[in-house]
Each structure stands twice: as structure tokens, then as C-alpha cells.
Design a protein. Sequence first.
Lengths: 110, 123
Amino acid sequence: QSVLTQPPSVSAAPGQKVTISCSGSSSNIGNNYVAWYQQLPGTAPKLLIYDNNKRPSGIPDRFSGSKSGTSATLGITGLQTGDEADYYCGTWDSSLSAEVFGGGTKLTVL
Amino acid sequence: QITLKESGPTLVKPTQTLTLTCNFSGFSLSTSGVGVGWIRQPPGKALEWLALIYWNDDKRYSPSLKTRLTITKDTSKNLVVLTMTNADPADTATYYCAHRAVVIMPHGYFDLWGRGTLVTVSS
């Protein structure tokens, strides 16, 4: 069972918006930066968001991140079929002294 | 351009020691603020962090696997090696190495990943 909790799956129609939640505690999300990773089928994870809400170069502004208290959220607008992937949140857990990931959320674009 | 590539055995027998190598280019592990991590993913399952090594040779391990893991670096050869003792079928997974961008030690994120290497543990 993952330290960070994500919904197993979300879905939405092309062009719509979707949010993916990531719930943790004060020892991880509550006091550390959150990153989000996208894993397209059969490929390695790719950094989407870092430091809670920053996008690496080349990541479109359709992807956004936010954090409030012990939860973080990934938002994706203007959904495209190419966004179908697994999404993971990750952060450092100060109590465990370990990097922790969520269980992953599978996004389906209907 | 930063690249990372994992290599190692595709098949390991239970109880054997698994040794994985991450060859990287485009950065130096002697540069302040840089690290390399290992993350694995069993088939159809979530990501699991294993270990990190930083430019200053600070090393961090997953608490659940700490007794079985050793991470080392060879700065001159641009490589990081992860060894895992006493392999078990539950260790069957794709193993990734990734460049760690450090925010404030030990916090950071994995901004570039290798393609991964699938390791099967079976007799």
C-alpha cells in the first residue's frame, strides 16, 4: 500500500478537464515539494510537474499542479487521446527518510 | 543533453545478487546539487523508490530494502551501480535509473529517466 493515495482511475472526454488527487500527510506532502510524473504505455516515467506547480521546459500549460495542506492535485485541460497514461505523484517523506510515490492513476480519455 | 541507460542481467536466480549499472552522460556526479536514483516497477504495478546517491556521496535507501541494497558511484566513468542481495521472485520488475535534481537535500525530483531494464527473478 502506497504512502501517497491516488484514485486508481479517472476518465473524461476529449477537450474536457480532469483532476487527479494525491493525498499524504504532514511528513511528506505537508512539508515537502510534490512532483508529478506521466507514464505513457510501455515507456519510462516523464517529469510533468515539480516543486508543486512548476512545469519543465516542453511541458504544455495544459498541465498544472497545486498543493494545499497534505494534498496535491494535477490538472489537465483540453484532454487529448495522447494524454492516456498512468500518472504518479511523488515527494520526500521526512519521517521515513525516503522518496515516496502514489499508487498511480490511470487516465482514460473516452 | 542528459541521458541515462540501465544495464544488467535479464534473469537472476533466487538468492543470487543482482547488480545493475546506470551509465549516464550530459552531467557529472561531482557537481553540487546532483544525484542519481533507482526506481523499480513490478509488471502492472506502481513505482517504488529504491536508492539515491548524491554528488557528495550521501546515500539514501528505501527503509524496507535497506539491508539488501548498496549504491555506489564512479564519477570518472559516469556510472552508478546498484546491488541487491538475496534476490526473490518479488523483485521481478523494470528497474529505472534517473537524474535527481536537488532542491534542498534530500528533497528533489527525478527530471530525466532511463528507459529501464526488465529483470526477472526465477529459478
